[in-house]
Every structure is written in structure tokens, then in C-alpha cells.
Design a protein around this ligand. Structure first.
Ligand code: ADP
Ligand code: MG
Length: 594
């Protein structure tokens, strides 16, 4: 064969390889994602360049990726029909750190180490070609660029400071175009060389790469074959003169053979035109992707254009997960981020989607993020901030859609499962108060068993009513029986019953709805606009001494004892100070400090 030339790696490359092997040892499987994404990039590049240089496609082969696992020898080969590399490109791309991905990996890795970061995070990086050495102790890259007549072979070994390049001369190994990687797996990693294992990894990481991915798989079919008769019996039959009449014996056997099997869907559902995707398709995708077995309550498929471009499908599940409180658990893996259809991560903590909306599930695919996007990048990226904003807006549109559906039960179901999340949103997300508030639901003094919206409350307001009244209590029943209600009931004013412990804090965060303030009817300064100062004065004179007497006996237990116009049939009531906690809050605080 042709003589091979030996090259030294650029110093940074050796360092990078050490780092990758040392930091990703527990996450080795990412190598396949990286190599498939390179193959997909190479196909993308060819597709792009061939638009202006159709000559590049003179070797008419399909655009695809093929993976062959040889478990007996512990070898994986991965072949693409992409742009390939010339000799010079091999040196530039696989001997030095390209400007792309890998250099940033180094920086981010350093940053994360400096910040005492966890190693797990590194699994999310696009660590690139050298991740092949996570599982292989020898890697061969045989590649043919359509720009060159020759095919070259790059060969490198784990823990080496140099690699070799030679021309491919073995006619059996020539390929028309593209790149064939051969990984000679390390002894402990030979388990990766199983078609089923490969298929599983592809389904997890690269299911939606837009080029077909095939694996070489063993298949079988059954057929009936004729079997020779037992010679002794045949002889006997002959003697009996039965040969002609007797039917031949058959048996069923399984024929084994090997063939390429397509293992990905080349057109991810989110890239399709929403008009051409059925509800069943969306539901199926949801169940498959998020391991759910019930259909979602709603879905929303959209593309955003302009400043930042991405596609997404969001879902509202039918039920909240039981058994664990996912408001508190931020790691719900609810959003799967793809960059150019390559799965990047589903391990976020509020970067892409606020925590209080973590019940919403979905996929997001962006062309504007780098493949090696890290948590640091996510936190700092302007692109991500814009994406987050749009995703949140779309999520609220979707929820609003449920609330406006003809089927009132749908929203009741939603509220029962996820109402708490929205209430948390009132506290955590000031910016979206306008979107959250119309979705809230409460019992009220006039709604009987039904929950009402703030819009329904406002519609039902008296012409001269300025505020939205509420009372916090531990149940609808105790709210109904509170003496504070008396005067409002007399005036036919509706009062919201805040019976969930979080309700009161949420309402206090909202402060107002449609320019109407929320007013706690148990507070001292409640003004119903019906003051009669003359009568108040008379009353004060008449009962002033009684008040003093009561105050003297109660001492420090109350701040003051006053004449009030707030009651109509009860003789007295305990109220909270204007700046104090409401009775309900006090109960909450007490419960928490225990
Ligand atoms: P990145 O993909 O971020 O550029 P990698 O380390 O994964 O970094 O790859 C380095 C470079 O090697 C790529 O940019 C590309 O030029 C080249 N390369 C890797 N794999 C292939 C391939 N299958 N076909 C053509 N070029 C490739
Ligand atoms: Mg890459």
C-alpha cells in the first residue's frame, strides 16, 4: 500500500483528547451522536454547495448514513455520502482544533471547572470528532472529497501524539464519495458494536436527523422446505408400490440474512406543514417522545421567523404526574432542545422555559444555536432569551385556547391539574401577569359550586363598584360563614373565596386586574363607599366606654377595639390590621414555622 505520512497533533488537540476522555468516561455514548452529527453536517454541506456546483454530485449516490456493527470483532463503521475531505482538509480538520465547536468546548469546560461545575453538564456539549476515542483505541477515517480524485485514510490511536495519512489503494475499500469511519473499540467498550445498541442510541439522540440512517441488521423470514424422506421408509414404500402416490414431506425453517434497515424518521414532525399533520400524529409523537400513555389535552405547532428562527411543538398533558411535586422539582425534562434536528438536551433549569410552566412539554428546534450549546451559553444567549419569551407566549395562547373551548370540562380538568402552577406564576413571573390573570379560577360568594374567572367577576360587578373583593379562608364553607361577608352580601357584592393557601399570595402579587384593585374584605380599612359620619360619631359616643373596657380586659391580645360599620347582624369581629397579615396568612406562617 501507499506510504503513510506521520503528523503531530496541534498541542491543543492532545490536551482536548485527554480532557474528553477524562471528563466524559461516564457518558461515552455521546460519541455516536457526535459522529452522526458530523455525517449529517457533511451531507448538509454537500447539499448546500451542490446548488451552485452541480458537478459535485457527479457520483450519483444517495444522501445517507450507514452504520455497521461487527460484534465479533468489536468494530463499528459509519459511512456517509457527504462532502468528504481532501488531504489538506484532513490535516486541518482532524489535526488541529477547528474554529468551530471544539474550541468552545475547551473554554466552557474550563469555566465549568472553575465554577466547581458538575461533570454531567459536559455530556451536553458537542465535543466533536475526538469523542470517538472515548470508545475506540484506533480510529480510521477513509474519505473521498468530490473535489479530489483520490481517497485518503487518516489513522489515529488513543493516547497518541501523532496520526498518519496515506492514500487509499485497496480497490475494495474505495468509496464513490463521502467518509467512512472505522472504530476499533476498546476491550471494555465492545458492547457498543451491537445493532440493537446502535439503534437505541440513534433513536435517543439522532432520531430526527434529516438524512436516512441505516443500520446493518440481521433479519429472518420463514419458509417451507421439502425434506428428504427417511431412506428406510422410502425403501419400504417402494416395496409396497406406494412411491407415486405419497406426498413429499415439508418443514418450516427460518432463513437468516443481513440487510440495511432504516431506523430514523427523516422528516421530523415539527418540520412538516401543520396543515398536513393530523391530531393523531401529534398525539403519537407526544406519547412516544415523552413516554406518556394518555393523549395530551392540547398541542400547539408553530414556527417563528425574523430575529430568531425556530420551530416547536408544545403540549399540555392531560394529567399532572402523580406522586411527585413537579413544581418543586425543576428537572422535569419537559423541553427537548434540538439544534438543526440534532438532539442537544432536555436537562434545563428554567433557561428555556420558566419553572412554573414545567408541566408544558415540547420540542424546540433551532438553527440559530451552536450544536455545542452549553448551560452557560443558554444562560447568556440573547437568542435563548428571545426563544424563551416566544415559547412562553405560545404556551399561554395554548392554555387560553383550552379555556375558551366549548367544552368547559377541559379547562376544569386543566385547572385541577395545573392551576397551582399558574398561581405560582403570579408570584414568579411579573412580566406575564397579563397572560396569567385571565386563566385564574376561584370560587366566589355567588358562584355556588362553579369556579369563575376574573373576567366573569368583572362582568358581574356593580356599576359603582371599583374593587375586586376577596376573603381568604381555609375552605369555601368557612369563607361563606365569615361575618365579614355580611355587609357585602347585603349589597349584593360578589366576593372571591381564596381557599388554596397560595391564592392570597398570588392575588397580592397581581395587585389588580383590569385596573381594579384586589381588596381583602377582612382588613381594617375596608371602604364600601357608604360612610355615614354622623351615625358613626353617635355610635362612638355611645359605645366608646364599652370599647375601652374590652380593650382593658384583652390587653396585648389585640391592637385596638373599635366601633365599625362593617357588620350587619354579628355583634363583633376580629380583623387584621391594615398592614398586618390576614388571618389566613397568619395561619400559613404559623404552619410553616412549625
Ligand atoms: P465540528 O463538527 O464542531 O466542526 P468536529 O470535531 O466534530 O467539530 O469535526 C471537525 C471537523 O472535521 C468538521 O468541522 C469537519 O470539517 C470535519 N469532519 C468531521 N467529520 C466529517 C465527515 N463525516 N465528513 C466530512 N468532514 C468531517
Ligand atoms: Mg461535530
Amino acid at each position: 500500500s501507499a506510504p503513510s505520512e506521520r503528523y503531530e497533533y496541534q498541542a491543543e488537540v492532545s490536551r482536548l483528547m485527554d480532557l474528553i476522555v477524562n471528563s466524559l468516561y461516564s457518558n461515552k455514548e455521546v460519541f455516536l451522536r457526535e459522529l452522526i452529527s458530523n455525517a449529517s453536517d457533511a451531507l448538509d454541506k454537500l447539499r448546500f454547495l451542490s446548488v451552485t456546483e452541480p458537478d459535485l454530485l457527479k457520483d450519483a449516490v444517495d444522501f445517507d448514513i450507514r452504520i455497521q456493527a461487527d460484534k465479533d470483532n468489536g468494530v463499528i463503521t459509519l459511512t456517509d455520502t457527504g462532502i468528504g475531505m481532501t488531504r489538506q482538509e484532513l490535516v486541518d480538520c482532524l489535526g488541529t482544533i477547528a474554529q468551530s465547536g471544539t474550541a468552545k468546548f475547551l473554554k466552557a469546560l474550563k469555566d465549568s471547572k472553575d465554577a466547581g461545575g458538575d461533570n454531567n453538564l459536559i455530556g451536553q456539549f458537542g465535543v466533536g470528532f475526538y469523542s470517538a476515542f472515548l470508545v475506540a483505541d484506533k480510529v480510521t477515517v477513509s474519505t473521498k472529497s468530490p473535489k479530489s480524485d483520490k481517497q485518503y485514510v487518516w489513522e489515529g490511536e488513543a493516547n497518541a501524539s501523532s496520526y498518519t495519512i496515506r492514500e487509499e489503494t485497496d480497490p475494495e475499500k474505495l468509496i464513490p464519495r463521502g467518509t467512512r469511519l472505522t472504530l476499533h473499540l476498546k476491550r471494555d467498550d465492545k458492547g457498543f458494536a451491537h445493532p440493537e445498541r446502535i439503534e437505541k442510541l440513534v433513536k435517543n439522540y439522532s432520531q430526527f436527523v434529516s438524512f436516512p440512517i441505516y443500520t446493518w441488521q440481521e433479519k429472518g423470514y420463514t419458509k417451507e422446505v421439502e425434506v428428504d424422506e427417511d431412506p428406510a421408509e422410502a425403501k419400504k414404500d417402494e416395496e409396497d408400490g406406494k412411491t407415486e402416490k405419497k406426498k413429499k414431506k415439508t418443514k418450516t425453517v427460518v432463513e437468516r440474512y443481513w440487510d440495511w434497515e432504516l431506523i430514523n424518521e427523516t422528516q421530523p414532525i415539527w418540520l412538516r406543514n401543520p396543515k398536513e399533520v393530523s391530531k393523531e400524529d401529534y398525539n403519537e409523537f407526544y406519547k412516544k417522545t415523552f413516554n406518556e400513555y394518555l393523549d395530551p389535552l392540547a398541542s400547539s405547532h408553530f414556527t417563528t421567523e425574523g430575529e430568531v428562527e425556530f420551530r416547536s411543538i408544545l403540549y399540555v398533558p392531560a394529567f399532572a404526574p402523580t406522586g411527585k411535586d413537579d413544581i418543586i422539582n425543576p428537572k422535569t425534562k419537559n423541553i427537548r432542545l434540538y439544534v438543526k434536528r440534532v438532539f442537544i438536551s432536555d436537562d434545563f433549569d428554567g433557561e428555556l422555559f420558566p419553572r412554573y410552566l414545567s408541566f408544558v412539554k415540547g420540542v424546540v428546534d433551532s438553527n440559530d444555536l451552536p450544536l455545542n450549546v452549553s448551560r452557560e451559553i443558554l444562560q447568556e444567549s440573547r437568542v435563548v432569551r428571545i426563544m424563551r419569551k416566544r415559547l412562553v407566549r405560545k404556551a399561554f395562547d395554548m392554555i387560553l385556547g383550552i379555556s375558551m373551548s366549548d367544552n368547559r370540562e377541559d379547562y376544569e380538568k386543566f385547572w385541577e391539574n395545573f392551576g397551582k402552577h399558574l398561581k405560582l406564576g403570579c408570584i414568579e413571573d411579573r412580566e406575564n401577569h397579563k397572560r396569567i390573570a385571565p386563566l385564574l379560577r376561584f370560587f366566589s360568594s355567588q358562584s355556588e359550586e362553579e369556579l369563575i374567572s376574573l373576567d366573569e367577576y368583572v362582568e358581574n360587578m356593580k356599576p359603582d363598584q371599583k374593587d375586586i373583593y376577596y376573603i381568604a379562608a381555609d375552605s369555601v364553607n368557612s369563607a361563606k360563614n365569615t361575618p365579614f361577608l355580611e355587609r357585602l352580601a347585603e349589597k349584593d357584592l360578589e366576593v372571591l373565596f381564596l381557599v388554596d393557601p397560595i391564592d392570597e399570595v398570588s392575588i397580592q402579587n397581581l395587585k389588580s386586574y383590569k385596573e381594579k384593585n384586589f381588596v381583602d374584605i377582612s382588613k381594617e380599612d375596608l371602604d364600601l363607599g357608604d360612610k355615614n359620619e354622623e351615625r358613626e360619631k353617635e355610635m362612638k359616643q355611645e359605645f366608646g366606654q364599652t370599647c375601652d373596657w374590652i380593650k382593658k380586659h384583652l390587653g396585648d391580645k389585640v391592637a385596638s377595639v373599635q366601633i365599625s360599620n362593617r357588620l350587619s347582624s354579628s355583634p363583633c369581629v376580629l380583623v387584621s390590621g391594615k398592614f398586618g397579615w390576614s388571618a389566613n396568612m397568619e395561619r400559613l406562617m404559623k404552619a410553616q414555622s412549625m
